[in-house]
Design a protein around this ligand. Sequence first.
Ligand SMILES: Cc1cc2nc3c(=O)[nH]c(=O)nc-3n(C[C@H](O)[C@H](O)[C@H](O)COP(=O)(O)OP(=O)(O)OC[C@H]3O[C@@H](n4cnc5c(N)ncnc54)[C@H](O)[C@@H]3O)c2cc1C
Length: 376
Amino acid sequence: MTHGVAQTTAMQTTGVAVLGGGLAGLNAARLLQQAGIPCHLFEARDRLGGRILTVDATGKPSTDGFDLGPSWFWPHMQPELAALASELGVPAFAQHTAGDMVFERSQREPPLRTDWAGQDQGSMRLRGGMGALVQALAQGLPSGCVRLNAPITHLRLGQDGVVLDVAVDGRPPEQWLARHVISTLPPRLMAKAIRLDPAMDPATISRWQNVPTWMAPHAKFVALYDRPFWRAAGLSGMAQSLVGPLTEIHDATTASGHAALFGFVGVPARTRATLSRDALGRAALDQLARLFGSQAATPRATLLKDWATDLFTATQGDSAPSGHPTAPDAPMVTGRWADRLSLAGSESSHTEPGYLAGAAEASNRVTRALIKRLSI
Ligand SMILES: Cc1cc2nc3c(=O)[nH]c(=O)nc-3n(C[C@H](O)[C@H](O)[C@H](O)COP(=O)(O)OP(=O)(O)OC[C@H]3O[C@@H](n4cnc5c(N)ncnc54)[C@H](O)[C@@H]3O)c2cc1C
C-alpha cells in the first residue's frame, strides 16, 4: 500500500496509535492494553507527562518533587480523577492552608496579613507530586508500547486505516499504519503541528484553533527552602498580589517534607519573553521576602517553567491570556476522519475541560467507546 506517497522505511503496524503521553494518552493506552487491543503511544518529548511535570531541585523529572504543571485536584467535584489516583494506588494529601494569608495591594502599602479560615476549597495534591500518577500509568504499560522523541507530523487516511509519519531526528520519517488514532494533543496544537490528508473541514479546524489550551499562557515559579519557616510564623504560605511579579502564591512543600513556595507569574507571556530568567527570579524572590520575611530571599534553589514557550504545549495563540476552555458543543472530528480519528485530551472533555479530571474523563469516554466498537 502506498497511500500516494513514497515509503521511506518499512511500514510498522498497530491497532490503535495514541498521540501524546500526557495523562489522557497514558490512560487511553492503559485501557486499550487492559482490553487486549494492540496499541502504541507516540510522545514528542523525551519524557512522559505532558503538562504534568514534577521535578527535583535541579529541575530533573522526579516522583518526589515539585509540580511545575498541575498541583491540585478537587475530589468532591472531580470523582474521575480521584478514582484514577485511587485505582493506581497513588495517595493524596490536602493542600497546606493552615495559617494566615498575605495580601499585597499596592507598592505604597505594606502587605496585609488576613485570617482566611473557612475559605478552603478542598484542593488535594498527590504524594510524590502529579508525576507519581504518570509513573504509575507508565509502569502498567508493556515495554515497547511507548515511543519517546516521536512527534507525529502527518496523518494520512487510507483504506485500511491511518498512516502516521513519525519524525525521527536526522532520518526520513518512520511510517506506521494504525486502524484508529486517538489524539490527546490540545486541539489548537493539533491544528498547527499535524498535517491531515485529506484536510479536515475548515469549520472543524477553526473550532480546534479557538479552543484555548488551559494554562498554556502561564509560568510557574518555585522557591525551595530548608524548612517551611512561614508556617512557624503562623502563615499559610498563601498570598495574593496586585503588585507582582507573582499574583498567587501557595505552599508547595512536598508530602515527604521538602519545603517550598510556588507562585503563578502574573507578567504576561509576551513581556516574559523580553525578560531574563534571572531578572524574573530576582523580582520573585524580592516579592517573597516582602510577603513572608527575609528568609524567603535565600532559597536553596529556584525553578521556573514558562509553558508559553514550550512548543509541545503552546502555540502562538497561547501567548495572550485565552480563558478557560468550555465543553465542546459539536463533534470534535468531522467528515471522512470521523471513523478513524478521535480527540481525547483534556480540552475535549465534556465535563471538566482543561483540567486533569478532563483528561481522565475524555480519555475514559473516548477509549471505552472505541474498545466497544473494535470488539464487535
Ligand atoms: C502551570 C499549569 C498548572 C495547572 N494546574 C492544574 C491544576 O492544578 N489542576 C488541574 O486539574 N489541571 C491543571 N492544569 C491543567 C492540566 O495540566 C491538564 O489538564 C492536563 O495535564 C492535560 O493532560 P492531557 O494529556 O490532556 O494533555 P497534555 O498533558 O498537554 O499532553 C499532550 C501530549 O502530547 C504531546 N505532543 C505534542 N505534540 C505532539 C506530536 N506532534 N506528536 C506526539 N505527541 C505530541 C505533548 O508532549 C504532551 O505530552 C495545569 C496546567 C499547567 C500548565
